[in-house]
Design a protein around this ligand. Structure first.
Ligand code: RFL
Ligand code: PHB
Length: 417
């Protein structure tokens, strides 16, 4: 690891107790951040901007993290965060500001006008891959330390005064002493599991279907996203740029990618989007195809001792509401504020309030994502009554500005309170 990478380290103490052939180094920082996804990297930038030392420890390579095709829609708070951190130049050039979305019900589209319904709020279509590239590109010049390909990353002594994180890399075991640990390691990370089961409570809904997604270098069907509720299942026409489209269709969980050649995917997506939208769909060869399961999950509390969880490590939403990345941003905004207050005033008051404050916003996004999923997907156990209720609710949204306003307010993102 380059010496400059470790500009924040107070001490490098070889451990004499280890056997001669076992190497160990001991380092120190203020905040150890586990995971270099959106939560970990936004937190690292926020702390760096306030002069707080942090080290990010990531299990994968930069290429792997940057290559994952995930979120596409940024709420206003995420756009503002990119701006406040001085990371918005490319987003402003290449991102697409969207004033609304379309919802197609059994092939008939109608529009939700966010700007008109919310007093001017919009969302930004700018892929998570682009956000990660901007965060990583600026990390080096700003002196943000990232350890890539760290194995066996483990948080220790989280309820004591001196927590630390250990990992292995290139045959060297490293111990990072710190004041706090931020668990930003996603749904499959180690941080949540470090909290005792007697403390942690998980609330969960697993949906009996997934999303089959496709990326292709073809122009989008519409200037805005089209969410489709169809008796064959949900579909979504999204985009990454004026020349790159992202489509999804609801699928069963045991679906196999090899059973979905491009032609079959395009036929099914067009059927569900309906004739008006299908007439504008440009088909083309896919260069990425994947299936994602859908889940709603929240763990409480989001803090135990000196370990703080943020982003997918603490909660998962189904992608229907486009909230996952944005929730990671709101969590770390609150966590960074609390850490700054601690280091400035020596008061733990804001840190003590972090979990409750973050969860209040998380649960509202969970509610919206669950509701929007229930509204637009086909559930195998739906009886005729449920189908009629779903149709009535969609018609209510189509015809009521009051109902549209609530959808719009939640989609563009609730304020941080
Ligand atoms: P991440 O992105 O999972 O990053 C966690 C990082 O931690 C690393 N890690 C470890 N590092 C060290 N040691 C360990 N033991 C580790 N275990 C894991 C991982 O390698 C990874 O780099 O979590 P984070 O930062 O909380 O960010 C969450 C978002 O990535 C996620 O919520 C969004 O992608 C969700 N999402 C969407 N969110 C939106 O806001 N808008 C959208 O339009 C949107 N669309 C989507 C989505 C997610 C999707 N999928 C595939 C789940 C569409 C899809 C299809
Ligand atoms: C995407 O473009 O990947 C996307 C957009 C909106 C969603 C989910 C995913 O609700």
């Amino acid at each position: 690891m380059a010496p400059s990478t470790w500009c924040f380290i107070f001490g490098l103490i070889p451990n004499a107790a280890k056997a001669a052939d076992e190497k160990e180094e001991v380092l120190r920082t203020q905040v150890a951040i586990i995971g270099a996804g959106p939560a970990g990297m936004f937190l690292a930038h926020l702390l760096r901007a306030e002069g707080i030392e942090a080290v990010v420890i990531e299990r994968q390579t930069r290429d792997y993290v940057e290559g994952r095709v995930r979120a596409g829609v940024l709420e206003q708070i995420t756009v503002s965060m990119m701006e406040a951190l001085g990371l918005s130049a490319r987003m402003r050039r290449e991102g697409l500001v969207h004033n609304g979305i379309n919802i197609a019900v059994e092939g008939e589209p109608f529009r939700i006008d966010f700007a008109a319904l919310t007093g001017g709020s919009t969302v930004m279509v700018y892929g998570q891959q682009e956000v990660m590239r901007d965060l990583f590109d600026a990390a080096g010049p700003r002196g943000i330390d990232i350890v890539w390909q760290a194995e066996k990353v483990t948080p220790h002594d989280i309820t004591g005064d001196r927590p630390f994180v250990t990992w292995q890399k290139d045959g060297v075991e490293t111990r990072l002493d710190c004041d706090f640990i931020a668990g930003c390691d996603g749904y499959h990370g180690v941080s949540r599991g470090a909290m005792p089961s007697s403390v942690l409570k998980t609330f969960e809904r697993v949906y009996p279907f997934g999303w089959l997604g496709l990326l292709a270098d073809v122009p989008p069907a519409d200037e805005e996203l089209v969410y489709a509720k169809h008796s064959r299942g949900f579909a979504l026409a999204s985009m990454r740029s004026p020349t790159r489209s992202r489509y999804y269709i609801q699928c069963s969980l045991d679906e196999k990618l090899e059973d979905w050649p491009d032609d079959r995917f395009w036929d099914e997506a067009c059927l569900r989007l309906g004739p008006t939208v299908a007439a504008k769909v440009t088909r083309g060869p896919s260069f990425e195809k994947s299936i994602a399961p859908l889940r709603s999950s929240v763990c409480e509390p989001m803090r135990h001792g000196r370990l703080f969880l943020a982003g997918d490590a603490a909660h998962i939403v189904p992608p229907t509401g486009a909230k996952g990345l944005n929730l990671a941003v709101s969590d770390v905004t609150m966590l960074a504020e609390a850490l700054v207050a601690y280091y400035r005033t020596n008061s733990a008051h804001a840190l003590d309030g972090y979990s409750a404050r973050a969860l209040a916003r998380v649960w509202k996004a969970e509610r919206f994502s669950w509701w929007y999923t229930s509204l637009t997907h086909l559930f195998a156990d739906m009886d005729d009554f449920s189908r009629r209720i779903q149709a009535a609710e969609l018609d209510y949204i189509r015809t009521s500005p009051v109902a549209q306003r609530s959808l719009a307010e939640n989609y563009v993102g609730l304020p941080l309170s």
